[in-house]
Design a protein around this ligand. Structure first.
Ligand code: CP3
Length: 344
């Protein structure tokens, strides 16, 4: 049986656009909160294959999307490199910040994959349980975005330390990006070996990269990861999600090697259809706040996106992740609408 999401990644136009939702697993689901209570920390959940597989499958049972995304986090890479990572309720991620090239000596990509073995086991378990027509998506953070967490020590408003380091010590910062390229390439190859059908690179904070650093911090590391992974897995399919970069997404789509580009809610679907779809598939881009608001307005917004993008290869998604306050009923209504194909 074919998987509609993979068909779209191969450039096909599906009769009904396939869909999944970023952050489709997580705190907005009561059954997720139940499982989350069983482990002391969020990373324990990521590293417990039984539980991680269960929470990956929860939204599949409820909403029947065309894709399941592995339950893990982009910050397992710094954790595997040897940087301490903690998630604190209400605060978000906290890392022991690295401040300079000297701190890189504390990190090593030598056995990231043995540290991450439980994640690959999760992939195998999910794969065994998924319906045949549902694609299993692996993922990782793109080097720039992961670097911001490593250097700022958590979420940031202005990314000042990361940007300063990139300018003051270009060689040292490039070594950090290279370390991330190496670890991330190996991580994704192992996800694909374990059964992931395609992978997504999340570059959530690409929006913060100055134009003169864009090639170096976003394009080059992404292109390198894709080339490394394809050297081992020539058929590997990639979705890139460089959030908030505006029209620079044209360059990203043309030069990184992605099969599909994820667009955030600020980008007009009409622009994406015209500027991107001739070259690759497009994924997006309903505003997560439209999903939170729900109702007819949500369905109308979804229908407008489908109308703009359905004549080219297209995967329906949000423009960013489901927010924790979202009523599951709204997600259900949206999924039903997309499955029905009535938005034609
Ligand atoms: O359903 C899915 O999308 C799969 C799992 C997934 C999570 N994080 C689970 C998670 C995925 C794909 C991610 C990616 C991720 N993680 C990104 C890129 C996408 C994006 O949202 O921009 C980023 C930037 C992170 C880093 C991260 N993880 C932050 C900043 C936080 C804390 C903020 C928050 O929402 O609490 C996390 C924690 C996290 N990752 C949770 C989940 C379900 C919540 C933690 C909990 O349940 O205790």
């Amino acid at each position: 049986m074919s998987k509609p999401l993979l068909n779209a990644l191969q450039g096909q136009i599906e009769p009904r656009p396939p869909f999944w939702f970023m952050r489709q697993a997580g705190r907005y689901l009561p059954e997720y909160r139940e499982i989350r209570k069983r482990v002391p920390s969020f990373l324990d959940l990521c590293y417990t294959p039984d539980l991680a597989a269960e929470v990956t499958l929860q939204p599949i049972r409820r909403f029947h999307p065309d894709g399941a995304i592995l339950f893990s986090d982009i910050l397992v890479i710094p954790d595997a490199l040897g940087q301490s990572v903690r998630f604190t309720e209400g605060v978000g991620p906290q890392l022991e910040a690295i401040a300079s090239a000297d701190d890189l000596t504390r990190l090593s990509a030598a056995d990231t994959n043995s540290h991450l073995a439980p994640v690959f086991e999760t992939v195998r378990r999910v794969k065994a349980e998924l319906p045949e027509d549902v694609a299993l998506l692996g993922f990782a953070g793109a080097p720039w975005t992961v670097a911001t967490y490593m250097v700022e020590g958590g979420t940031s408003r202005d990314f000042a330390q990361t940007k300063l380091w990139a300018r003051r010590d270009p060689d040292g910062f490039d070594r950090l990006l290279e370390l991330l390229v190496t670890a991330t390439s190996g991580y994704l190859v192992s996800q694909l070996d374990a059964g992931a059908d395609a992978v997504q690179l999340f570059d959530t904070w690409a929006s913060a990269v100055p134009a003169d650093q864009f090639e170096r911090c976003v394009i080059a590391p992404t292109r390198q990861i894709i080339a490394n992974v394809r050297a081992a897995k020539p058929a590997a399919k990639f979705i890139g999600f460089p959030r908030g970069i505006g029209p620079a997404i044209k360059k990203y789509a043309a030069e990184t090697g992605v099969d599909c580009v994820g667009i955030d809610s600020a980008l007009s679907p009409a622009f994406a259809a015209e500027a991107l779809q001739p070259g690759c598939a497009v994924q997006g881009n309903l505003d997560p706040m439209a999903l939170l608001a729900g109702g007819e307005a949500m369905l109308a917004a979804a229908a407008a996106i489908v109308a703009a993008l359905r004549d080219g290869p297209f995967i329906f998604n949000l423009g960013h992740g489901v927010v924790p306050q979202t009523p599951p009923q709204h997600v259900e209504a949206l999924a039903e609408f997309l499955r029905s194909g009535t938005q034609k």
